[in-house]
Ligand binder design. Sequence first.
Ligand code: SF4
Length: 418
Amino acid sequence: MSEPLIKPKVFFKTFGCRTNIYDTQMMIGRLKDFEVTDNELTADIVVVNSCTVTNGADSGVRNYISKQNRDGKKVIFAGCGANTHGSELFERKKVFGVLGHSEKENINSLLFSEEPFKNIGVLTHLDKNIVSNYHDKSKAFIKIQEGCNFSCSYCIIPHVRGKARSQNEDKIIKQVKMLSENGFGEFILTGTNIGSYGKDTNTTLGKLLQKLGMIDGVKRVRMGSIEPVQIDDSFKETLKEPWLEKHLHIALQHTNEEMLKIMRRRNGVKKDLELFLELHSLGFALGTDFIVGHPGESEEIWQDALLNFTKFPITHLHAFCYSKRDGTLSASMKQTVDGKRAKSRLKELQAIIQKNNFAFRQKKVKLNVLVEEQKGDFYTGFDQFYNRIFISSKDDLVKKWITIDDYEVKKEGNYATL
Ligand code: SF4
């Protein structure tokens, strides 16, 4: 293929989770004959890496595509939505091309296509290529697996990302080595259900972590969400390692036993609480996911959940009001909680976590911070507990690792002057 004199400009719009951030970077890495722009107005082609986790996420993506259509852009539709809405958007000529997860590594040749295309691909694929750089980022995302074997009643993800399958260990290690040679010190392991890593390849997430921690230049390893039932002995063996972040995000989704059954979850309140207390006693800051307002969440269930929730030493919360996702079991259940009540329940949880997080930070231990960016008058980044810090300094601190002993704890974050 001969190289065009002026390369067409491509803008990537990423919706959704960290796995999508990784997938976008993978596509960028595969583009040889196009220029990536961060200004969508000047782009010739807009690649939409979509999220389809709720009906709301779908509408956000659709609105964005409509805007691009109005602006006369050539739109390529990628990501999880390719499986659920790719055909429909393609047939309605809202998008020029559709590329499913397994096709993203072929993006360079697909973007040359003069004919509209729809390559949804298969759900058994694992990326062959690796991401060796993240432009303008201080941390690197590493996708260690794809797919999920759970069947939570509200979730569409297994239908769009397929069954759980682990990335080859050597490939992951090679990628981390390359990125650390390129100056990255913080690595964030991502995937659809990372706790299932190794179940199909006769290893475990714990064993992988030990190997990553031994690589020169790896200063900190963070992880996406893990299921409580996946925290096994091999994982626990890593808990005292200095390179493991002192923050774990463990997805509870609810703290009422009956609700967890309705949601078809595999975790249970009693064991969850034991696990959280054990991790808390080791000094970890703990985060969780929580869905409020799922069908069946009666007042009685909610009061029990709230009482249980207060017993958990949780400092970080990713909670949201249940939003119906067509094609899931929950979508066929009668919605019993109105939006207003769900929001007020959400606020109750958020208020508890704000207090817990503030109290946790007031312990004032020494912080190890990776500064990510400059925002207004401050440099900002996260410490080992995944708390944000704002730093005043005359020096340029972006992408630097710093240790901070002296700082002020405020409601919205920690503050320090260097
Ligand atoms: S564990 Fe449950 S919520 Fe998470 S991706 Fe799998 S099915 Fe969805």
